[in-house]
Write a protein that binds this ligand. Structure first.
Ligand code: DGT
Ligand code: MG
Length: 242
């Protein structure tokens, strides 16, 4: 069967409700199953806004966002949620147990699936270190868990649902470089058939992506692989040097 999870943006322009100027203009790209698409750009460039359009946190003003050829505006929320897992830039945890947090997108997941996701997300040791394990309580807002652990639990939660598309919005920035590398290696093995879209700040996080979009001021100013962009994109070079 054909792999599912092809994401296509067709000439997308987007304005926040009530705002005057668009924060995204004429965005077009395709992300394919089995591949990793990365988005990089300075703060305020529009990266989070861009990835919020696929799960329909907002709807586009003009253009189309398509999932396997179908505009997301024609899909219902439960279909999108089951097919697209987004790890937000500010991950949220509910007050409740770790298990409750991990099962959020897939209530019938087995314990093995939870541990497998935790292992991939480099969060297994953190959960094992207390005897309460999966029953460990997370305080409201996840305040008894560090930022990096919140990110990893949020990544594990996304893995549990086994979606066609993963969106990682700056999900690796709170991790040290070694953990970041280990996590992405494990992730790659687990998401082989899925479409992976990664928003990143660090070039090292995305250097091996199949395609990188350089976003500046709401526009894609350059695109290519890491090696191509090093040659062709002054904006990318600036990010590399920063
Ligand atoms: P980051 O996370 O700091 O690297 O920045 P990006 O690239 O994720 O930028 P983004 O998409 O959060 O913001 C793009 C522009 O949109 C920026 O000028 C701020 C504005 N913006 C973001 N969220 C909202 C919102 O909820 N309402 C309005 N009116 N503007 C917003
Ligand atoms: Mg952002």
């Amino acid at each position: 069967a054909e792999k599912k999870g092809r994401v296509e943006f067709r000439d997308v322009t987007f304005k926040y409700p009530g705002a005057e100027a668009p924060v995204l203009s004429n965005i077009s790209f395709t992300a394919e199953p089995g591949k990793t698409l990365a988005i990089i750009g300075s703060t305020g460039a529009g990266k989070t806004t861009l990835v919020s359009l696929l799960p329909r946190l907002y709807d586009v003003a003009s253009g189309d966002v398509l999932l396997d050829g179908v505009p997301v505006t024609k899909m219902d929320a439960s279909e999108i949620t089951s097919r697209v897992s987004a790890v937000p830039q500010k991950p949220y945890l509910f007050s409740g147990t770790i298990e409750h947090n991990l099962r959020f997108g897939k209530p019938d997941a087995t314990d093995d699936e939870l541990w497998d996701a935790l292992e991939t997300a480099q969060a297994k040791g953190f959960v094992e270190e207390k005897s309460s394990g999966l029953n460990r309580r997370i305080a409201q807002g996840g305040t008894n868990v560090s930022g990096g652990q919140r990110q990893r639990l949020s990544i594990a939660r996304a893995l549990v649902t086994k979606p066609n598309v993963y969106l990682f919005d700056d999900s690796f920035s709170a991790l040290d470089v070694a953990t970041d590398a280990r996590l992405r290696k494990a992730l790659k093995a687990k998401t082989r058939d899925a479409t992976v879209i990664i928003v990143a700040q660090r070039v090292s996080t995305i250097a091996d992506a199949d395609e990188i979009l350089v976003l500046d001021n709401g526009r894609i100013v350059d695109r290519g692989t890491h090696d191509e962009l090093l040659e062709t994109s002054p904006t990318y070079q600036e990010i590399v040097e920063s």
